[in-house]
Design a binder for this molecule. Structure first.
Ligand SMILES: [Zn+2]
Length: 283
């Protein structure tokens, strides 16, 4: 097991922290996108019985032919895991770890929990979009619209399986239906402004002591994990810390400046926080 003391010291000495996060972090917060579990049955049992929807990801990706049902499924999802979200201990520990340092978050998670937990929206790049940002379903123009107010209003319909078509917002340009950015499939409009803010962050800390902290990303992930490892390879003073359960993978070319922490990342983060706050590291 790598030395947590040394890891805490690297975090304390860092000029900035770049967080990469994926599904493993969501699972730690009780959101299992891929699981056919009791929580799914309790929240989405009617969708399972009527349409054979097996998991959250199934309902997110299925090409619903009925727009009322599509909005009904997403509204149920958003009401339960976005509007009702309370920041978890793991998010509080992560904030404590970062302290007053500059940071940026790159994530494939679309549930906006970082922002809801108090991280700055300006410092988050959701590489696959998110649940509550809206766009034209036809992608006729590339503006992204904030949708949380609309979903709060639609909550009235969350126990029904449908959002009435008259309540579904329309594109201000072409009149087609609006859609959740992450539910737009191949029509998805990505947030180029957030991507460019990430680029600015990387330029600012080029050659500096950057700690890359990776949370719950599968070992084969090419979207976030692979680029993060290449970044660490190119940055002479960078440190790579990966936390995951049962799936620790570190490319050989960065092994001298990398730490892999196998196990429940909730416990690992809490331990690092404890060392930082009570281990004579952080003044
Ligand atoms: Zn349009």
């Amino acid at each position: 097991m790598p030395n947590l003391q040394e890891i805490a010291q690297r975090i304390e000495d860092a000029d900035a922290i770049l967080i990469g996060a994926s599904n493993g972090l969501s699972i730690c917060e009780g959101l299992h996108l891929f699981a056919e579990n009791q929580a799914f049955d309790e929240i989405f049992g009617d969708f399972k019985r009527e349409f054979g929807i097996q998991s959250i990801i199934h309902g997110m990706l299925i090409p619903w032919s009925d727009v009322e049902l599509k909005w009904g499924f997403w509204l149920r999802l958003i009401a339960n895991y976005y509007l009702n979200y309370q920041p978890t201990q793991v998010m509080q520990d992560l904030k404590a770890l970062i302290g007053n340092k500059d940071y940026f978050i790159v994530t494939s998670n679309g549930e906006c929990h970082f922002e809801l937990a108090g991280f700055s929206a300006e410092k988050i790049f959701e590489v696959e979009g998110n649940w509550v940002t809206l766009q034209c379903s036809n992608a006729c123009h590339n503006t992204l619209y904030e949708g949380s107010v609309i979903f709060k209003k639609l909550c009235y319909y969350q126990d029904q399986m449908r959002v009435p078509v008259s309540e579904i917002p329309r594109c201000p340009k072409c009149g087609d239906f609006m859609v959740m950015q992450m539910g737009a499939a191949q029509k998805i409009i990505l947030d180029v402004k957030a991507r460019s803010r990430l680029q600015t962050f990387l330029e600012r800390y080029h050659g500096k002591k950057l700690v890359v902290l990776e949370l719950g990303i599968g070992w084969r992930n090419q979207l976030i994990k692979a680029p993060l490892m290449h970044l660490v390879n190119q940055e002479p003073l960078a440190t790579y810390i990966t936390l995951n359960k049962g799936e620790i993978y570190i490319e050989k070319f960065i092994k001298d400046k990398a730490f892999g922490l196998d196990g429940d990342l909730r416990e690992t983060l809490a331990q690092i926080r404890e060392i930082l706050e009570h281990g004579n590291i952080r003044a």
